[in-house]
Design a protein around this ligand. Structure first.
Ligand SMILES: [Mn+2]
Length: 390
């Protein structure tokens, strides 16, 4: 198996700690093997402070990246950048929200929520796989530099960042030649920039959109029609994505429960934009398995972009978001549905609308968002996808 991280060495505690009569067993470099391979534990070997170097990507050390992944300067103007197959990219942007602002701190919040996740301890109790240690080299590219005073420019910058990150040669090109991106948002408008980039490698895609809101509102309806600038916001970006031909008519919403602005037009327009609606309460009738089945049938064999607005969860599970709606799914339900989508051709994904300032001391929202991002990453690892032209 190809190990994507340098696990040969590990940060250790002093080796001869003695408290009363209890001798603490030494934490040793081989522990990396205990965690990081499919083999069981090996013999203890005391840490040698002269010979052994410190592990680069151990938990709680270094700078905080998503799931303790290596940081790569993916946006460097240099040609030669360390290669990768799947990249996390932060989109600190919150100036197109209609509710509480604060998602510009979402990427940082999700990374903090992920600090106990990592390659060393990620053998799933459900699948018995560790997707960090599979074929894909997964990295964190940090955040895209976005201006905070002009939405039009910020979205252009984000689209360019996506193009640069996905435009580099993949690490494991024999498996999949185009790096795929998981965006950490950011308000939901950031998805439009991602879709404007994915079309060049993958063509128009089906969007599986987890959200309490439809986000296909006509810019003349949401934004009040006061200006074209106001019309591009976190509730209209899917309408615009449809108008721009970025998405297929085999898209679906999941978890919808927020009211429409008018009796008929919004629902009709939503359908015209290519979406089928699975409501939050559908889960009471058809269960998790029924939701998975519907989503898989809807997108079929098409390339899929999965966008998760954290407000798909009930505010009990994700209070830290801009436009919270009660009556949503639990974190367990959402994770089960996401993991159930295994096998779909996921070419891009995001977790958005995380506004950490509204979170609680237990970090409920950012913990959930981090695990959602981990699930999205696993879907990408499980199913490599070939781009249109290689
Ligand atoms: Mn949304």
């Amino acid at each position: 198996m190809h190990l994507s991280l340098g696990l040969s060495t590990l940060l250790c505690l002093p080796c001869e700690l003695v408290a009363r009569e209890i001798v603490f067993p030494a934490l040793v470099p081989q522990q990396a093997n205990h965690y990081g391979s499919s083999h069981g534990p090996s013999e203890y070997r005391p840490f040698n402070s002269k010979k052994d170097s410190l592990a680069e990507f151990e938990k709680y050390s270094g700078l905080t990246t998503f799931s303790n992944l290596p940081w790569v300067h993916c946006l460097s103007p240099e040609k030669d950048v360390e290669k990768y197959d799947i990249a996390f990219l932060g989109a600190p942007f919150d100036t197109a929200t209609t509710g509480r602002p604060g998602t510009r701190f979402g990427p940082t919040g999700i990374r903090l929520g992920s600090r106990r996740i990592g390659a060393l301890m990620s053998w799933s109790p459900y699948t018995h796989n560790n997707t960090f240690l599979s074929w894909a080299r997964v990295v964190d590219c940090g955040d895209a530099p976005l201006t905070f005073l002009d939405n039009t420019v910020a979205l252009q910058q984000l689209e360019k960042a996506h193009k640069v990150v996905s435009g580099r040669p993949a690490n494991t090109s024999e498996v999949s030649s185009v790096p795929r991106i998981i965006t950490l948002g950011g308000d939901h408008t950031t998805t439009l920039a991602a879709l404007r980039s994915t079309i060049s490698h993958w063509g128009p895609v089906s969007v599986i959109h987890f959200d309490s809101h439809i986000d296909t509102w006509d810019p003349k309806v949401l934004g009040g029609g006061v200006s074209r600038y106001a019309g591009l916001n976190h509730g209209t970006f899917l309408h615009i994505a449809h108008e721009e031909g970025l998405i297929l008519n085999s898209s679906a919403h999941a978890g919808i429960r927020a009211p429409a602005i008018n009796k008929k037009y919004d629902w009709k327009n939503d359908k015209r934009c290519g979406f089928e609606i699975i409501t939050a309460r559908d889960i009471d009738k058809i269960g998790v398995a029924g939701i998975i089945e519907k989503l898989k049938a809807r997108v079929g064999d098409t390339n899929v972009y999965i966008s998760v607005d954290i407000d798909v969860l009930d505010p009990a599970f994700a209070p830290a978001t801009g436009t919270a709606e009660v009556g949503g799914w639990t974190t367990r339900e959402l994770l089960s549905i996401l993991d159930g989508l295994e096998g779909l051709k996921v070419i891009g994904a995001d977790v958005v609308e995380v506004a950490p300032i509204y979170d609680n001391p237990g970090e409920t929202t950012v913990l959930a968002a981090a695990e959602v991002a981990h699930s999205l990453m696993s879907l990408m690892v499980e199913t490599p996808v070939k781009p249109l032209k290689t």
